[in-house]
Design a protein around this ligand. Structure first.
Ligand code: BG6
Length: 489
């Protein structure tokens, strides 16, 4: 067992799930700020008003709104991103705790609407820039390298209300204006960048990843094209700003296995895997894969790809591939015999060999080893696992203790799988940032009590709690993992 000497151990959050401070110091609304709290059984809603003055709240994952919808915050709704876990005011305390664990890197995102409040401005908001100056300085002071996502489910809402956000090509220019500003401002402070968080979740609706209130396939294909072009241009821009910059993409890797050896199931699995690969193929290889172009053709989708755009994609391939990995799923052409399973924006059939979390996500460390190999073989680029973990219902017990053995077991097994991929299979893996290293708001359900962290945050779903930070059992465990560079699990 040995991890590379300079392996980047760390943890990950996203601005809208961690910071709060939703309207602090000139920040505008982001798409996350108009999404209500849900639960395992209650969907999250997006709020908007139509021209007749009526306020509506529709399910986030199936959102299809009328053209006159104006999105916003309305009375009587509970929006968990507004306070989140108050990282905006407490980040110094939190980074000190990450440093105690020995983090080498900390993945967070810049909330674009802190820098350009509606996305339409030509001049940035200085207070927002200063906030991230302080945050990145604090990381670097502790020897923690910031790993920064440019867009993590938090597009400025002004872009949606102005022209439908990423469905319109003008958003590419707005994004590049933002990337230029932050790239230049944080030159020397940030060296690792990711473009769009889980870009492939666009395949499951447009709100979360792009602020596009639609599930229309033509619109989503154009939205994807605009983000892929923006990602390629951002890679070029960040390289031009600083030759030391390393820019990666980020996909939700939802590994699929065929449910049976029926050749039809093998083909169903191939097709599900392509929905993982498509965005990554473009970002890593620089062109649209044949299977996707044919699929568009069959479905009557036209993405009007010009020669100039093809050139842009070719010139903006990423330096490394990053991905989230939580679970695996089974694919079948059809099955009356098997139960369906759920996951982070994925659906499939249950695997009888696997157990699942309380939220139904199937736990599969071997699937991580498999995924690392599949991605490395396909792209031959360095990899980073920038999200991994299991959401559990942790209890704060008397004496300020939290026994989160389920986190330790999950992470231990996945780190073992990483070790096998590196040492037995030869995969080049740069780093590992488990998700929600400090408890935060869940993206899919908006809950607080779906907890991933090494650090418990005393906020509850009913709005109670003071946000105190408490070390869980996993805190010392992970500290020792990092101190021994993965030798002692
Ligand atoms: C990923 C997202 O899908 O999974 C994160 O990038 C998210 O933003 C994480 O929080 C875990 O999902 P959830 O729904 O449990 O918060």
């Amino acid at each position: 067992m040995s991890f590379p000497k300079d392996f980047l151990w760390g943890g990950a959050v996203a601005a809208n799930q961690y910071e709060g401070g939703w309207d602090a110091e000139g920040k505008g609304l982001s798409t996350a700020d108009v999404v209500t709290r849900g639960s395992r059984s209650q969907a999250r809603y997006v709020t908007y008003q139509t021209a007749d003055g009526v306020v509506h709240a529709d399910e986030m994952f199936t959102l299809n709104t009328p053209d006159d919808a104006k999105f916003g915050v309305f009375e009587g709704f509970d929006y968990p991103s507004h306070e989140a876990v108050d990282g905006y005011h407490r980040f110094k305390e939190d980074i000190a705790l990450f440093a105690q664990m020995g983090f080498k890197t900390f993945r967070t995102s810049i909330n674009w609407a802190r820098i350009f409040p509606t996305g339409l401005e030509t001049e940035p908001n200085e207070a927002g820039l200063k906030f991230y100056d302080e945050l990145f300085d604090e990381c670097n002071k502790h020897g923690i390298k910031p790993l920064v996502t440019l867009s993590h489910y938090e597009t400025p809402l002004g872009l949606t209300n102005a022209w439908g956000s990423w469905n319109d090509p003008r958003t590419i220019e707005a994004f590049l204006r933002y990337v230029k500003v932050v790239g230049e401002r944080y030159k020397g402070k940030v060296e690792y960048w990711l473009t769009f968080n889980e870009i492939n979740t666009l395949g499951h609706g447009g709100w979360m990843g792009a602020g596009v209130p639609s599930t229309d396939p033509q619109k989503l294909a154009m939205t994807a094209k605009h983000q892929l072009l923006a990602s390629a241009k951002a890679v070029e821009l960040l390289h031009a700003i600083d030759a030391n910059n390393k820019v990666g993409n980020m996909i939700a890797f939802m590994t699929y296995y065929p449910l049976t050896c029926n050749p039809d199931d093998i083909m169903a699995c191939w097709s599900e895997m392509n929905s993982n690969f498509f965005y990554c193929d473009v970002q890593a290889r620089g062109y649209y894969p044949a299977y996707k172009l044919k699929e568009y053709e069959r479905e009557g989708i036209d993405i009007h790809l010009t020669d100039e755009e093809k050139e842009t994609l070719k010139n903006g391939t990423v330096d490394f591939i990053s991905f989230s990995y939580y679970m695996s799923n089974c694919a079948a052409k059809q099955s009356d015999a098997a139960e369906t399973s759920i996951g982070n924006m994925s659906m499939g059939f249950k695997n009888p060999y696997l157990k699942a979390s309380d939220w139904g996500w199937q736990i599969d460390p071997t699937g991580l080893r498999y995924s690392l190999n599949v991605l490395y073989d396909r792209y031959q680029k360095p990899l980073m696992i920038v999200e991994n973990g299991v959401g559990t219902q942790d209890e704060l017990e008397e004496g300020d203790v939290v026994h989160d053995g389920a986190h330790i077991d999950y992470l231990r097994d996945h780190i073992k799988a990483m070790d096998q991929a590196i040492n037995e299979d030869g995969v080049e893996l740069w780093g590992y940032t488990p998700w929600g290293c400090i408890d935060l708001v869940s993206a899919s359900t908006g809950e607080m009590h779906k907890r991933y962290g090494f650090i418990y945050v005393d906020y509850q779903d009913d709005g109670t709690g003071e946000g105190r930070r408490i070390k869980k059992d996993s805190f010392d465990w992970y500290k020792n993992v990092i101190a021994t560079n993965g030798d002692d699990l």
